[in-house]
Design a protein around this ligand. Structure first.
Ligand SMILES: Nc1nc2c(ncn2[C@@H]2O[C@H](COP(=O)(O)OP(=O)(O)OP(=O)(O)O)[C@@H](O)[C@H]2O)c(=O)[nH]1
Ligand SMILES: [Mg+2]
Length: 450
């Protein structure tokens, strides 16, 4: 494993440690002003308050909420329910403590997880669980490796017509060195930026030293990812100031905002936008669910579909999503981890599936019964009723692979009457059969949609 692969696979742990260490110092800092908050001050800035508009009776999810001051402020402003999500268990414990201290436990809930695993914690498959507003504020996307996957999550949390409100530091800031005297990183995402720093932005003298793993996502990548996930921009604005004094050499503006000394009014510091989720996915987009036992080759096939390198693939702990252009359709493919402990979460992804692709390791004869059992249970699921099924009998390149026809008999596929189905022998390694599988999907769905 290369150094960067190591960082990628461990980024969540590295950053969780960092955010856990920051909590006590942030809670005690003047920047966060927890005592003011407890006395009734709003932690939200006028920028986001104006953007959010009337939030009475709204369901809101606040992604990467740190220790929840803004989450609780949203509840105080009359939201019906606000869920804060953060990777740091120490931050979430503090948020819960503050919810109790402010009597906001009924209208708020906090979830501790990496937001890429959010679907394992919320049952978003039921429409009443979706949100009116997804909210993200200051210092969020730079902690995320995959902006497309993030955009999928944002979109999948929203009701049709719901809004995503994001206020962020401008991504161009990620280019600079720590004291903003030099451009150090590319504006464009070139992989993880690993650094080690002392103190924290809200208390530069805090006796902590931590490694961090961040990414620079340029503006068009962020917006494009959201658009591709069915959101439409309503407002976008860049600011030459920040509401927070989190830069080492800042100057205060007459309005009480902050700019970087020497660069006043020259560079964008803040960014805000509102995007609205379109009512439905366009006719020419398909939601494809890729399921199967662990080690079947789902992620490898997904990467083959997206023409990506398949030499470094690790077992999927949550899920991967990619959009792939196929004949006549854009396929939004959801690849969910197949390990036994993850399988109970498969059902969180059933809603609105257009095609189910079930992947089998054709050489893993010892687990044919197990895979048969899982597939039979999927075919019984009400939410997948009538959904066309493509079985990929993968790993045909291996000598001991069972033929697709033998697997058809083993799985009793001929008894399926309630949906179109197809089995396709394939190999993610040699790419044989993959194209044929996709062609079947296009043909079948086109026929169904007529
Ligand atoms: N020989 C051969 N090996 C393959 C093929 N496709 C995938 N593999 C290998 O099978 C292993 C598992 O592949 P993954 O794509 O991670 O399997 P998965 O279904 O995503 O597994 P989980 O994420 O745990 O659910 C990896 O070592 C792949 O290199 C194939 O067509 N032929
Ligand atoms: Mg996988």
């Amino acid at each position: 494993m290369t150094a960067s692969n190591h960082v990628l696979s461990d980024f969540a742990n590295i950053n969780r440690r960092l955010w856990n260490d920051k909590v006590d110092y942030h809670v005690a800092s003047t920047m966060y002003d927890v005592s003011g908050f407890l006395q009734g001050n709003d932690s939200l800035n006028s920028i986001e308050i104006d953007l959010l508009g009337n939030i009475q009776e709204k369901r809101i999810i606040h992604l990467q909420c740190h220790f929840g001051l803004d989450t609780l402020s949203l509840a105080r402003r009359g939201a019906k329910q606000v869920i804060g999500v953060d990777i740091s268990e120490k931050a979430i414990a503090k948020a819960q403590e503050l919810a109790t201290a402010t009597n906001l436990t009924v209208s708020t809930q906090f979830i501790c997880c990496n937001i890429y695993d959010l679907h394992q914690h919320l049952s978003l498959h039921e429409s009443e669980n979706l949100f009116d507003i997804v909210f993200a504020s200051y210092g969020t996307i730079n902690w995320l490796p995959d902006i497309n996957q993030w955009a999928h999550i944002v979109s999948s949390c929203l009701k049709p017509n719901g809004i995503f409100v994001m206020v962020e530091f401008h991504p161009s800031l990620d280019m600079f060195n720590e004291d903003y005297t030099r451009i150090e990183n590319s504006y464009f995402n070139q992989g993880p930026i690993v650094s080690e720093r002392e103190g924290t932005y809200a208390d530069r003298t805090a006796p902590i030293r931590n490694q961090s793993v961040e990414w620079c996502h340029n503006l068009s990548d962020v917006i494009q990812a959201l658009i591709q996930n069915g959101l439409r921009i309503e407002t976008i604005k860049e600011f030459d100031y920040s509401p927070y004094d989190c830069f080492p050499n800042s100057v205060k503006t007459t309005d009480g905002f902050y700019q970087i000394k020497g660069l006043e009014k020259k560079i964008p510091l803040g960014l805000l936008d509102i995007l609205r989720k379109l009512r439905s996915t366009p006719q020419d987009e398909l939601r494809i669910l890729l399921l199967g036992l662990d080690n079947a080759g789902k992620t490898t096939l997904l990467k083959v579909l997206a023409s990506e390198d398949i030499s470094h693939i690790t077992p999927t702990q949550g899920f991967n999503i990619k959009s792939v252009q196929s004949t006549g359709f854009k396929l939004n493919v959801w690849d969910i981890g197949g390990q036994r402990k993850i399988r109970p979460y498969w059902r969180n992804y059933f809603e609105n599936t257009d095609v189910l692709i079930y992947v089998i390791d054709s050489s893993d004869r010892k687990r044919f019964d197990e895979t048969n059992q899982e597939l039979s249970e999927l075919l019984e699921e009400e939410k997948l009723h009538g959904v066309p099924l493509l079985v990929f009998a993968n790993k045909q390149d291996l000598l001991n692979a069972a033929k697709a026809s033998d697997i058809t008999d083993g799985l009793s596929l001929h008894q399926i009457r309630d949906r179109p189905w197809q089995i396709q022998g394939c190999s993610a390694y040699t790419k044989e059969g993959v194209k044929e599988g996709l062609e079947w999907i296009s043909k079948t769905v086109t026929k169904n949609k007529k």
